[in-house]
Ligand binder design. Structure first.
Ligand SMILES: [Ca+2]
Ligand SMILES: [Ca+2]
Ligand SMILES: [Ca+2]
Length: 300
């Protein structure tokens, strides 16, 4: 009986540790700076970077949740897929031939489900928007007729020497940032959108997609370009993958337009409550539940 109580106490203790880890994870997911880019390693604005949008430090830290809704800067509104960040203290412009290299606040590991939903490990936030016909103000059912995508390349590196390009998505492209769900609750900036959305027919004359079903399709994610470290290629085009990265490079290879970057985030690993027990405690549980129980049965 005493032994059973001891085992039970350890399990409760471990559960408390796990619960605290779970809560800490949930609370800190959006605010922990380690999850975001923390340092500009290099910035070249390129030939046609937007005037006054060349402060690369605007790519450091969390992506924007609010932005001015008018050019007079009198009304602040939530960042949504129709209202992207646009202030020069929020985004940095990368023109033709330009690039931005940032260091992440922590090593970004290549995980797959269930730790990283859809296998997505990294999110790059730009300032793309969806546009709708504005005859009578925004209707939740006004179909998208255009996007402001300005896609440029995303490269990743563990050592600042060897670089590999993401093959499944581009920066300043899909998916636009959406800071709230349809009920106005905060979206999770460290939870990826489903990469299957990248291949949707977002802009079509059939008018399938509008605000409501777009936000629903985000499933609580705040969007961003969803990079999977399993879907990379070398500079000469060979498919490859990495187990982890520390640096992200956004590069504009002489495309027509300048592109904008708001932030770069590491996807938050989904908490695994039981496995967050310290190894020593896990062993004690293992000993009493399996090894010791077995010896008791054998002695009986
Ligand atoms: Ca992955
Ligand atoms: Ca842009
Ligand atoms: Ca920013």
């Amino acid at each position: 009986m005493k032994k059973n109580n001891f085992i039970f106490s350890i399990i409760i203790f471990c559960g408390l540790i796990s619960t605290q880890a779970f809560i800490a994870n949930a609370v800190s997911a959006g605010s922990n700076s380690n999850n975001w880019a923390v340092e500009v390693v290099e910035y070249l604005p390129g030939n046609n970077a937007a005037f006054s949008y060349t402060n690369a430090n605007t790519a450091i830290g969390p992506a924007a949740q609010y932005t001015f809704a008018d050019e007079e800067m009198t009304n602040v509104a939530s960042v949504t897929v129709i209202n992207p960040p646009w202030q020069n203290n929020q985004i940095v412009s990368i023109g033709n031939g330009g690039k931005l290299i940032v260091r992440m606040g922590r090593q970004v590991n290549n995980y797959d489900d269930p730790e990283h939903p859809y296998g997505v490990d990294l999110l790059v936030f730009g300032n793309t928007l969806f546009a709708y016909v504005d005859d009578e103000g925004l209707s939740q059912t006004n179909p998208w007729y255009a996007t402001s995508e300005e896609p440029i390349e995303i490269w990743v590196s563990a050592d600042l020497i060897n670089w590999f390009m993401a093959t499944n998505c581009f920066a300043d492209s899909l998916m636009p940032t959406q800071s709230v769900d349809l009920n106005g609750n905060p979206a999770d900036y460290l939870y990826p959108p489903n990469p299957a959305l990248l291949t949707n027919d977002w802009i079509s004359f059939a008018g399938t997609w509008s605000y409501s079903n777009t936000v629903q399709a985000y499933e609580g994610s705040a969007g961003g370009a969803p990079v999977d470290l399993s879907q990379l290629k070398t500079s000469d085009g060979q498919a490859t993958n990495l187990t982890f990265i520390n640096y992200v490079k956004i590069e504009n290879p002489q495309t027509e337009d300048a592109s904008e970057i708001d932030a770069v985030a590491a996807v938050a690993a989904l908490p695994e409550p039981f496995y967050s027990c310290p190894a020593g405690v896990s062993f004690i549980i293992y000993y009493f539940i399996f090894i010791n129980r077995k010896s008791i049965h054998q002695s009986n």
